[in-house]
Design a protein around this ligand. Structure first.
Ligand SMILES: *[C@@H]1O[C@H](CO)[C@@H](O)[C@H](O)[C@H]1NC(C)=O
Ligand SMILES: *[C@@H]1O[C@H](CO)[C@@H](O)[C@H](O)[C@H]1NC(C)=O
Ligand SMILES: *[C@@H]1O[C@H](CO)[C@@H](O)[C@H](O)[C@H]1NC(C)=O
Length: 176
């Protein structure tokens, strides 16, 4: 029993630690500045990507602030209405890993990137769930990139049914 509890404790610590996070080598923050579109979102907590969900987000752009924080500007449907959100993510000691306060405290890592094409971000929430996002420079990305994302999500234990294709979701902020 003691051993079981110890393992459980270790698992919880491990899902929220920088050391465990996959991150691209030689990340260059200035190269992710600019416009991005949300393509796919995967998460262990499906209700968060359902209608009115806090993580069913449409990314608009990413900027790098003077203090080296990343600014994410996005919007989503909240209670049936368009909600604009911007959130700053602070740098950590490790390149490509940031902190974010959104739906609780998170560690965010730049898991994979091709600066002119796509970006995969892995977000680990302290409340023990993960979110993986695929963003594209264009409103859609190549099939191979989606496949790569599916495999990445699978490796992180997120099943296909918990992945939403945002290219097929009506943008709540476009109607006006
Ligand atoms: C960096 O600046 C942004 C915007 O002013 C702010 O929200 C964030 O907390 C700052 N980060 C640090 C580490 O000071
Ligand atoms: C989203 O919020 C709107 C307004 O409150 C509501 O009409 C709609 O049913 C909600 N959608 C879901 C899936 O709960
Ligand atoms: C970023 O750093 C600022 C200044 O230390 C702090 O006030 C803010 O809460 C931090 N934000 C995150 C998301 O860690």
């Amino acid at each position: 029993m003691k051993l079981l509890l110890l393992c459980l404790g270790l698992t919880l610590v491990c899902t929220y630690s920088e050391g465990e996070m996959e991150v691209v080598k030689n990340f260059e923050p200035s190269k992710i500045i600019g416009e991005w579109f949300t393509i796919l979102i995967a998460t262990g907590q499906k209700e968060r990507i359902e209608e009115n969900g806090t993580l069913r987000i449409f990314l608009e752009y990413i900027d790098v602030l003077k203090n080296a924080s990343l600014l994410f500007k996005f919007h989503r449907l909240d209670n049936g209405q368009c909600l604009e959100v911007s959130t700053a993510c602070n740098k950590t000691d490790q390149d490509g890993i940031y902190t974010a306060s959104y739906d609780g405290e998170n560690l965010v890592s730049i898991a994979d990137v091709k600066y002119d094409e796509y970006l995969i971000i892995l977000m680990k929430n302290k409340n023990n769930f993960q979110v993986i996002l695929l963003y594209g420079r264009q409103p859609d990305v190549r099939k191979q990139i989606k496949k790569k994302f599916m495999e990445f999500s699978d490796r992180h234990g997120i099943v296909k049914g918990n992945i939403i294709d945002m290219t097929k979701v009506e943008d709540p902020c476009l109607q006006a």
